[in-house]
Design a protein around this ligand. Structure first.
Ligand code: F6R
Length: 367
């Protein structure tokens, strides 16, 4: 039941500290001594993992955006060339399946027909496909036969939230374990595990500031078009943040890489179009700040999600949402939470049905 919450979406957003803990097995999937993770469902041995040349992550919608985060984690931690594929496109693309490639199919429901048919097409060509799935015993889980359950628990609200963060956590474990077999040092592995274990409490800190996000949603409720911008691991977070807002509120929202801003999208900016920047501390921050300046120069309102101590960011932002500090590679688990809350509160302001948006179904079993 919804318990103390007004809707399932709110409940599922607030459950994420617990659901993320379950995704790392309440510690049972972590090996602190060796600075690695153990995923029983991935039955590849060390030499097979060392020989992987390409990893592909497939899914639809939110699951696909999770896959884009996963691909960046796999490249960053395991130095395996990684790509994300839209499952509905893959089926018609005559895919090239090589022996040194590995595939991961992402799905909350495990019933999405586009994803299932892509899995079957890959398997038909001899591809190894592992599932990263929430629903235990679902069709895609059975079709893959092996993989990782994310253990997010039942997700009732149509818009996916805790499955997204559960999938990202699972892919982080995967990338960490592959990384430790390939190039990642024990001390780096330990540092990342320590950081991961802080994430649930850090999300609690963000949730404790939800009233601030609600105020920001109220301030911007008359806007009809929103831009979401980020770089690196924050680029898929921009895409996912925009998807949450459009599917729940029916407002126009678009995600872009912030580097792409001046290649066209900047033409959309004026004082009526707010931009949400995902600007975690790390390699990309300076560049994101210069993108924010480009938006401000066109009088665009700026809402920033950041964990950086930057006077410049504070001065440039019309609203600033702080998240706790963490390594940039884990930041998607924190930065997505205020964006989920923003979509929830804006949708409530507009009086729309949060749990059952028009035209959408929880699992899409047609292709
Ligand atoms: C967005 C959303 C959809 C699903 C997509 C895949 O909030 O819910 O984009 O993520 O239909 O669904 P699953 O993960 O069940 O395969």
């Amino acid at each position: 039941s919804k318990g103390e919450y007004q809707d399932y979406l709110e409940k599922e957003i607030f459950e994420q500290p617990e659901s993320i803990r379950r995704a790392f097995g309440n510690g049972g999937r972590l090996d602190r001594d060796f600075g690695t993770a153990r995923l029983g469902g991935i039955e590849l041995n060390g030499s097979q993992i060392r020989n992987i040349r390409q990893a592909h992550f497939i899914g639809m919608g939110t699951a696909m955006y999770a896959g884009q985060v996963g691909a960046r984690m796999m490249e960053g931690l395991a130095r395996i060339s990684s790509h994300t594929l839209d499952a509905s496109e893959l089926r018609w693309s005559n895919p090239i399946v090589e022996d040194d490639s590995v595939y991961f199919a992402l799905s909350q429901s495990g019933e999405t027909l586009d994803t299932l048919l892509a899995v079957k097409e890959l398997q038909n060509r001899g591809g190894r496909v592992y599932g990263i799935i929430n629903a235990v015993g679902s069709t895609i889980a059975r079709a893959c036969g092996a993989g990782v359950y994310i253990h997010a628990g039942p997700e009732v609200s149509v818009a996916s939230t805790k499955a997204f963060t559960g999938q990202i956590t699972s892919m982080f474990l995967l990338a960490l374990s592959f990384g430790r077999i390939r190039h990642l040092s024990p001390s780096e592995g330990k540092r990342l595990i320590d950081a991961l274990e802080l994430i649930p409490d850090q999300i609690n800190q963000i949730l404790a500031q939800s009233a601030q996000v609600q105020d920001i949603a109220r301030r911007f409720k008359h806007a009809t078009s929103f831009m979401y911008l980020g770089r690196g691991v924050s680029y898929p977070i921009a895409m996912e943040g925009a998807l949450k807002l459009k599917e729940l509120s029916y407002l126009h929202a678009e995600g872009f890489s912030s580097g792409n801003l001046k290649h066209g999208p900047l033409a959309l900016i004026d004082e009526t179009v707010p931009s949400l920047f995902i600007a975690p501390e790390g390699d990309t921050l300076d560049k994101v700040i210069s993108n924010i300046q480009e938006v401000k120069a066109r009088k665009g309102p700026v809402i920033t999600v950041t964990n950086a101590d930057s006077r410049e960011l504070e001065e440039l932002s019309d609203a600033l949402i702080r998240v706790p500090k963490c390594p940039e590679i884990l930041s998607p688990l924190l930065t997505i939470v205020p964006l989920q809350l923003f979509a929830l509160y804006l949708t409530r302001e507009l009086g729309r049905n949060v749990d059952q948006p028009r035209n959408l179904a929880k699992s899409v079993t047609t292709d």
